[in-house]
Design a protein around this ligand. Structure first.
Ligand SMILES: Cc1cc2nc3c(=O)[nH]c(=O)nc-3n(C[C@H](O)[C@H](O)[C@H](O)COP(=O)(O)OP(=O)(O)OC[C@H]3O[C@@H](n4cnc5c(N)ncnc54)[C@H](O)[C@@H]3O)c2cc1C
Length: 436
């Protein structure tokens, strides 16, 4: 049976969530909180959930996270909170991700948690990019009394949450709901606005912003140097996934996704993006999908659960194998690739090849702005004091654009620290102005 795009995991019912929450031992030194990159107060909200105090549980989560319905679905819980749960040693870790998702989803419907929003009197912040880093900055600073405006080049906010992670793992309506909550804190979002093209950083300062945050991610996919790589039958995974996202949101037609029914598809790479591309190709009707990786399974960076799901759905894996030549056919269709495993060379008939070998930041902003230094691969350089400030005064950066492609919660963790850096910077500048 062809898998579809419906969310694959149904989530807990109310009685299931309470039963699971009651298993929590409320450890004095909670490993789960230590294992969470944003130090979510996990045992505290689980205790409220166990008593049926859903609004209180949500309020506690809100102290540390702006995106719980998303983290509850896509964080690597087995390596983080759940992996550090004392019950994990017996293989019985509390399903913290599922509980977090339950609280966030329940609150979105019931809306029992109401926040007091402070007056926006501490300063104005422009946030470039509306991925998890930008949304976290916006949520945190807005709660602290800053007026925040987000500038996003896409027609919808969310970054990789909307146009990278596929619908069956993270439904778009869930992302939209979380973003609406952030907008309700008083954050405004300007869509279809590319900084470095429509406006520069200097334009934003001239418009009166006190600080600017770059949370622009790593939107430029890396390529490989293989003969035939420029054939239109070779696609970049993040562009393929983006197209599927645009198709699902009704922006483009089915044919524009390119990979379609009956195609033989191979994906080069073995991270989570490769797993998503492989599983999405199956959902678009591909007849067979093979992941080709130049190392062994012990070196893959994909989460074990993602790999297991790909295997379950019929994705084939070729380990210690490289593609050495690509032969094109008519139009966007390939004919074959040559693959090499040890000394053995094989010809593999193929219609489409997808590259999932990483991505780097675009240079749009740094090439149109004086004074923002980057490293040799284009990652923005920042300092620790005030945390996250670039080499240009008042311009901050965080998330994947500084740290290399990582995870949602690591982008959030970094952004939380940068939010503190921005708040300190603006307060200090305003204080100096007042005493001058
Ligand atoms: C296919 C895929 C699957 C993934 N799966 C997972 C997962 O399961 N779990 C997990 O934790 N992580 C996952 N990740 C990683 C995670 O999505 C990223 O680490 C995270 O989104 C990085 O957040 P960010 O805010 O730094 O950047 P992004 O999410 O990339 O957001 C950057 C935003 O900036 C905008 N932008 C860029 N330049 C400009 C400009 N000049 N002007 C205006 N806007 C601009 C972009 O349009 C985008 O909206 C996955 C990534 C991919 C690609």
């Amino acid at each position: 049976m062809i898998p579809d795009f419906k969310e694959e995991n149904a989530g807990y019912s109310l009685p299931e969530a309470i039963r699971e929450a009651k298993r929590c031992l409320h450890c004095k030194v909670p490993g789960c909180k230590k294992g969470c990159p944003i130090s979510n107060d996990i045992p505290d909200w689980i205790a409220q959930l166990a008593k049926g105090n859903f609004g209180n549980a949500m309020s506690i989560i809100n102290r540390r996270s702006n995106l719980p319905a998303i983290c509850g679905r896509v964080c690597g819980h087995e390596r983080q909170c759940e992996g550090h749960c004392v019950l994990a040693r017996k293989g019985e870790a509390i399903h913290i991700g599922m509980l977090e998702r339950f609280v966030a989803d329940f609150d979105s419907e019931a809306q029992w948690c109401h926040e007091d929003i402070p007056e926006k009197s501490r300063g104005r912040v422009a946030v470039i990019g509306s991925g998890p880093a930008g949304l976290t900055i916006a949520g945190d600073l807005s709660r602290q009394g800053f007026a925040v405006e987000i500038f996003e080049m896409e027609a919808e906010p969310g970054g990789m949450l909307k146009f990278g992670i596929p619908e069956y793992r993270l439904p778009k309506h869930v992302v939209t709901r979380e973003i609406t909550k952030i907008e309700n804190l008083g954050v405004s979002i300007h869509l279809n606005t590319t900084i470095g093209q429509d406006y520069t950083i200097d334009d934003l300062f001239a418009a009166g912003f006190d600080a600017i945050f770059m949370g622009t991610g790593t939107g430029v996919p890396k390529r490989l140097d293989i003969p035939g790589i420029d054939h239109p039958g070779v696609r970049q995974a993040i562009r393929f996934l983006r197209r599927v996202g645009l198709y699902e949101s009704g922006y483009i037609r089915r044919e524009e996704v390119v990979i379609g029914p009956g195609d033989k598809v191979a994906v080069i790479g073995c991270g989570n993006t490769a797993m998503d591309a492989a599983r999405t190709a199956l959902r678009m009707g591909a007849a067979e999908v093979t992941v080709i990786y130049h190392r062994g399974p012990e070196r893959m960076s994909a989460l074990k659960a993602e790999y297991d799901d790909a295997v379950k759905e019929g994705v084939r894996f070729l380990w210690n194998t490289s593609v050495t030549d690509i032969r094109g056919g008519e139009g966007t269709r390939l004919q074959q690739v040559t693959i090499q495993n040890d000394e053995v060379t094989t010809i593999m008939p193929l219609d489409r090849l997808v590259l999932a070998v990483g991505s780097v930041p675009a240079a749009r902003i740094v090439s149109t702005t004086e004074g923002i230094d980057v490293d040799e691969r284009g990652y923005v350089l920042t300092r620790d004091n005030p945390y996250g400030m670039t080499t240009r005064r008042g311009v901050f950066a965080g998330g994947d654009v500084t740290n290399r492609p990582a995870t949602v919660v690591h982008a959030m963790q970094d952004a939380k620290n940068v939010a503190e850096g921005i708040a300190r910077y603006i307060d200090a500048v305003k204080l100096m102005e007042a005493i001058r």
